[in-house]
Design a protein around this ligand. Structure first.
Ligand SMILES: [Mg+2]
Length: 272
């Protein structure tokens, strides 16, 4: 299979870096793959930062990266809606950077209702779809507006399904927690997820790399998102032990990834 891999898709957190430091072998491994002419794309489920921020961080860590080498769940959602349903008026439970990302794709964002009595049932108008994202500015007003729109038939989209986001010393609530709250309130299920492990994210990734799935390798540290997504798409997969997965978990899997690696500099041996 060696030379048949033309492109590599990398998860970021726990795969390429951890916090603010590149993982051992990442800088050298990615440089070597590029040296052999392999195409590289980085994917993140976090809708908090624009692609430029990831490109700057990777470049600072020694992996020269342009914004076009990165996709986030916010980018994928914006890209998809701009190509399929650009007319939808979106109410976004998300942070300012995500609103800007979606506006950058030419999408229409419904503004917040300025004043809202929490005991009042608001009648949101002009909302065609609710977008739920990782939002550290989440409050009752946003939940109420999203709830009222959803029970009146608005579409139900989300950037990423992660329940929590790992942080130094633990984790904080992520978009999955808000999705679950709204699903519980409305009895509805989210209908479109942009981030891992959705099909949409991998489709956008492969399209940008311009390779068929059987010529691409997905590298990640999470079995249930990264590896599952790559396998569903028919790609080669490699799990790195630098993040959340342990060798014991992998050995228990019915369909294990193609490769288990301890650092990214092992990848070059898989494609020479
Ligand atoms: Mg990860």
């Amino acid at each position: 299979m060696s030379a048949s891999i033309d492109a590599f898709i990398f998860d970021l957190d726990g795969t390429v870096y951890l916090g603010d430091a590149a993982l051992p072998g990442a800088v050298e491994g990615i440089a070597e793959l590029r040296h052999y002419g392999k195409r590289i794309l980085f994917v993140s489920n976090k809708p908090l930062e624009p692609r430029e921020a990831y490109a700057r961080k990777l470049t600072r860590l020694g992996i020269p990266t342009s914004p076009d080498d990165v996709i986030t769940s916010g980018f994928v959602l914006g890209y998809h809606l701009a190509h399929t349903e650009p007319q939808l008026r979106l109410y976004v439970v998300g942070e300012e950077n995500l609103l800007n990302e979606l506006r950058g794709h030419g999408l229409i964002i419904v503004p917040e209702y300025a004043e809202q009595d929490p005991m009042q049932v608001i009648m949101p108008d002009g909302i065609d779809a609710v977008v739920v994202a990782f939002d550290r500015t989440l409050d009752y007003r946003k939940l109420n507006t999203a709830y009222q729109a959803l029970i009146r038939g608005a579409r139900f989209f989300a950037t990423n399904p992660d329940k929590t986001c790992p942080m130094p010393g633990g984790a904080i609530p992520d978009a999955g927690a808000t999705i679950a709250a709204l699903e519980h309130m409305t009895g509805r299920a989210v209908e479109l997820l942009a981030g891992k492990p959705s099909r949409l994210m991998i489709e956008v990734a492969l399209q940008r790399l311009d390779v068929p799935p059987q010529r691409a390798l997905l590298v990640g540290d999470r079995l249930e998102t990264d590896i599952f997504m790559g396998q569903q798409a028919g790609m080669f997969t490699a799990v790195t032990l630098t993040g959340v997965s342990k060798r014991e978990d992998i050995q228990k899997m019915a369909a294990p990834p193609d490769f288990i690696i301890e650092s990214l500099d092992e990848l070059v041996y898989l494609c020479r």
